[in-house]
Design a protein around this ligand. Structure first.
Ligand SMILES: Cc1cc2nc3c(=O)[nH]c(=O)nc-3n(C[C@H](O)[C@H](O)[C@H](O)COP(=O)(O)O)c2cc1C
Length: 361
């Protein structure tokens, strides 16, 4: 099956974004079962758990799904840099009355081991972010029967994935919530809006494109398809779903969010990510922080304690620019409602362009 076949086979061309820390098996199974493409966020999973999650997913639905990994190289930071970074985090631990952690021994899961498990599990599709795979890794997945989706934030990154042999590109616009997938040119140059990014990647690379970033309802889904995308990937729109695995303070922040509340920060993890701006983001602005995955690991206990103790000011409240449009509900109902809206939008456009009120149906 080609990626074009996979997207054409979906009765609803909506991809539930993999969201580490916010989405799990329940959400992925609900979305695939409803006719969209569910995603397992496996960036933090052990090799055994990767195999188990794919098995569980197959037990829940016959429909297609994808598994997502973060391409992270092993980190061996200078102990002095780690000590400095922990020192800067000390007042935040004091605020919560928790102990500053000791320097960790490991910083991120072993990507090569995760990749080997992925080859064994062989889900219908796998998506990747933070870097590009080598051509032989892409070929190995394809030989196992897995379609390869590479995340790109610029046309240059889409070309890099195409050169590696990927089957499809996930075009992640500047509006997107969570971590930026940028790997060639981190920073403002990689903050391209979804509308421009999808259309320019479509023009530059002859692969199916998944639009991601700021798509919150059927209007965004219809707009993505109009731009030439094969499907629309939605993350923030699922954060208030019943199946979202987020903490109480995060959920309450989403419910109470005001316009223009998000910003891009490196403060939590050492990698650019978009979330609802809070005190940690404001006060850490401009502070030197070690690159991902080091800072991500060093703030782990702090963020977990914030969730436990109900302090949203130290939490990474990942969310995209469309966050105020989020609604609660069951993931399957949300997907179906968004697709109904997309069809209605397309009918209204048809009526507008043909100068009459009736629709095609
Ligand atoms: C809470 C959260 C966690 C995310 N985690 C991941 C992840 O684990 N892997 C990944 O490829 N993308 C991740 N993303 C990015 C999404 O795949 C997608 O690009 C983004 O949600 C699209 O923009 P939207 O949030 O405006 O819909 C995450 C996004 C959010 C909001």
């Amino acid at each position: 099956m080609t990626a074009a076949d996979l997207f054409a086979s979906l009765s609803i061309p909506i991809v539930q974004a993999p969201m580490l820390g916010a989405s799990g098996l329940e959400m992925a199974a609900a979305v695939s079962g409803a006719g969209g493409l569910g995603s397992l966020a496996a960036g933090a999973l052990s090799p055994d758990d990767i195999i188990e999650q794919c098995r569980a997913m197959r037990g829940r639905t016959d429909a297609a799904f994808q598994l997502n990994l973060l391409i992270v190289r092993p980190a061996a930071p200078d102990p002095e840099d780690v000590a400095d970074a922990l020192e800067r985090l000390a007042p935040w631990h004091d605020r919560l009355g928790i102990e500053l952690p000791a320097p960790p021994n490991d910083y991120a899961p072993d990507f090569e081991a995760q990749f080997a498990a992925l080859l064994t599990a062989a889900p219908p599709a796998a998506s990747f972010t933070f870097d590009v795979l080598a051509a032989d890794q892409v070929a190995a997945l394809q030989a196992a029967g897995t379609l390869v989706v590479g995340t790109a934030t610029t046309v240059a990154e889409a070309r890099a994935w195409a050169a590696a042999g990927a089957d499809a590109i996930c075009a992640q616009g500047a509006e997107a919530g969570g971590h930026r997938g940028e790997f060639l040119n981190p920073g403002p140059e990689s903050l391209v809006g979804t509308m421009a990014l999808v259309a320019t990647i479509r023009a530059a690379v002859g692969l199916p494109v998944i639009a991601a970033g700021g798509i919150m309802d059927g209007r965004g889904v219809a707009a993505s398809l109009a731009l030439g995308a094969a499907a629309a990937q939605m993350g923030t729109a699922f954060l208030r779903a019943d199946e979202a695995t987020i903490s109480g303070p995060w959920r309450r922040s989403l419910e109470g969010v005001v316009d223009e509340a998000t910003a891009v920060t490196r403060a939590f993890t050492g990698r650019n990510a978009r979330g609802i701006e809070n005190r940690f983001m404001r006060e850490m602005k401009g502070e030197p922080v070690p690159a991902y995955p080091v800072q991500n690991r060093l703030t782990r206990e702090l963020r977990a304690a914030g969730g436990r103790l109900g302090d949203a000011e130290v939490l990474s409240l990942w969310a995209g620019q469309g966050v105020t449009l989020g609604r609660p509900g069951r993931a399957a109902d949300l997907v179906k409602a968004w697709w109904d809206e997309a069809v209605a939008v397309s009918d209204a456009l048809y009526a507008r362009t043909h100068g009459r009120a009736e629709t095609r149906r």
